[in-house]
Each structure stands twice: as structure tokens, then as C-alpha cells.
Design a binder for this molecule. Structure first.
Ligand SMILES: [Zn+2]
Length: 294
């Protein structure tokens, strides 16, 4: 098929259709290249679009997008979930799993189901295992247990190295856009460590713990009940991390697949929770490095 003059949009569609056919032939290495190219094209195009970053404008954009979606052939449950999520965001909170269930997309025909996949796809008859589940964030599956433990051991050392030689004043300097100072980031890492440490204990004590949703992000600028110096906050973070790691180093292998009920994310394993926090804190290292330079 001649694709030389096809527009970018059509190339993306063509690549995805081609990938499905290649998978049908067992040509998985070729299919992966086609899928990655399509994904790259879409992300590059999206990267250059301007979307508001202000919360109210984002909610308004989301509501308009839902309206636009309703003129397409889109599952009513999906529209309802999007509206519920937008309403939660407008109230200043995170939507819970019961309001915004995980979506599943049939890899064969694109049928979308919410909550769990049907036994048979109503559009093409594919089995439930054909559906792709969309998790809220890749951090949940970023690291296998041993790699996650290694990251959790390393990151506090990297944070300490980034803080080396900085005065308390320098660490209290807000970002040029008025955003977090280094002190807020270190507080945030310590807060997140407090949450994962608490959850690890729940997983070790219960086979199916209930995990409450925590707005950890909002605590970073709260100065109540904190040690006065950033380096002291760092020390409490490191001490809590070391204590948690000593527990995780000793647990039976099967404990990593214990499943908790997370208010925001639904069923999550200990493995996913630990991966999440290990991946999350790495994203703050470049932020500290940038503030250190600036
Ligand atoms: Zn299908």
C-alpha cells in the first residue's frame, strides 16, 4: 500500500492497523516498532498543543471535551465517569475508583468497557484477556520488587548529595515561578515516605488492607509539626526509609502480591505500591537539581 503521501494522521492509523495484522502473523518485533512509532507521532503532536494549566480552566476544558465526545459513538458510562471526575476536580479533590473505574480497551476492535472487561467483546467477540487495562499511572508497574528496593535505598542518598553545601536560606528560596523551594520538596518526600511506610505496615499486618487516598502533594507547604531545618527533615525521611527497607528485605516473596483496596486506584498489590513510591520520588530529583542551579 502506498503511504508516501498519506497525511500524518492517516499514517498513525495505518501503523496501528499494520501492527494488528503483524501480530496476527506472529511478527511481534515488527508490531512493536509500528505501535511505538504511532504512539510517538501522537505524543509529539499532543506535546505542541496548548492546554491550560490552571485548575478551573482545566475543568472547563474537560467539560467541553466531554460535550464534544458525546457527539461521537462513545460509551455512556465513560462520559458519566469523566463528568464525575471533572466535578470532583472542581471541588478540589481526587476522584475515587468507584467514581472513575479503570477502563479496558479491546485490543482487536477498540471496544471500551469500564470497571472490568466483558467475558466476550460485544463488538468483535474477542475474549476478556484481549482487553488492555489502563492503569492511572505507570509508576504502579515501573519497578519489580528488587529494583524498587534498590531505588528506595539510592534516592535518599542522591537527595542528600543534591543538598550538600546548600545553606538553609538557599533551600528556602522558592522557585522563580513561585513554586516549591527545596525545603518543600524534601518535606514532600518525607511525607510520601510516611504514607508508604504506613501502608507497608498495613500490608504486612493484613492480607487485604484498605488504603485511604492521601493528598500528599498538598502537605508540602504545611509547616505544622515539622523540624525547623531542612536537613532535619531529610534525616527523618532517611530514618523512616531505612526502617521500612529493613522490613521489606525480610518479607516472604508472596507478600509482594498481597492486594490492598486503594480508595483512589482500586485493587493494588504491595509490589505496585512500592514501585509507585520508588518511581514517584525519582521525578523530584531533577526538580531539586534545577533549584540548586538556579
Ligand atoms: Zn472487540
Amino acid at each position: 500500500m502506498a503511504i508516501e503521501n498519506t497525511e500524518r494522521k492517516n499514517i498513525v492509523l495505518h501503523l496501528l492497523a499494520l501492527a494488528s495484522r503483524l501480530e496476527g502473523e506472529g511478527q511481534y518485533n515488527l508490531a512493536k516498532l509500528a505501535r511505538a512509532t504511532a504512539d510517538s507521532f501522537l505524543r509529539r503532536a499532543a506535546y505542541s498543543l496548548t492546554i491550560p494549566s490552571n485548575k478551573d480552566e482545566l475543568v472547563a476544558d474537560l467539560e467541553q471535551t466531554v460535550d464534544a465526545l458525546s457527539s461521537f459513538d462513545v460509551d455512556e458510562n465513560l462520559l458519566v465517569a469523566l463528568k464525575r471526575g471533572a466535578a470532583a476536580m472542581a471541588q478540589g479533590r481526587l476522584p475515587l475508583i468507584r467514581e472513575t473505574p479503570h477502563p479496558y480497551v479491546c485490543r482487536a476492535c477498540g471496544h471500551l468497557a469500564l470497571g472490568e472487561p466483558p467475558e466476550k467483546c460485544p463488538m468483535c467477540g474477542a475474549w476478556a484477556s484481549t482487553y488492555q487495562r489502563f492503569l492511572p499511572v505507570y509508576w504502579l508497574d515501573a519497578f519489580e520488587p528488587l529494583a524498587a528496593l534498590e531505588k528506595l535505598r539510592q534516592t535518599p542518598l542522591e537527595v542528600a548529595a543534591l543538598l550538600q553545601g546548600l545553606s538553609e536560606d538557599a533551600m528556602n528560596q522558592p522557585a522563580s515561578d513561585g513554586g516549591w523551594a527545596i525545603r518543600n520538596i524534601v518535606s514532600h518526600l518525607r511525607d510520601a515516605q510516611g504514607v508508604i511506610s504506613f501502608r507497608v505496615d498495613l500490608f504486612l499486618q493484613n492480607e487485604h488492607p484498605i488504603l485511604e487516598s492521601k493528598a500528599v502533594f498538598a502537605w508540602a507547604t504545611n509547616e505544622n509539626e515539622r523540624p525547623p531545618l531542612t536537613r532535619e527533615i531529610l534525616e527523618t525521611y532517611k530514618a523512616s526509609r531505612a526502617e521500612m527497607l529493613s522490613k521489606l528485605d525480610k518479607i516472604p516473596l508472596a507478600y509482594w502480591w498481597r492486594t490492598g483496596e486503594h480508595e483512589e486506584f482500586g485493587a493494588v498489590t504491595l509490589r505496585q505500591q512500592v514501585s509507585y513510591f520508588a518511581a514517584h520520588e525519582i521525578t523530584h530529583l531533577p526538580q531539586i537539581a534545577l533549584l540548586r542551579r538556579g
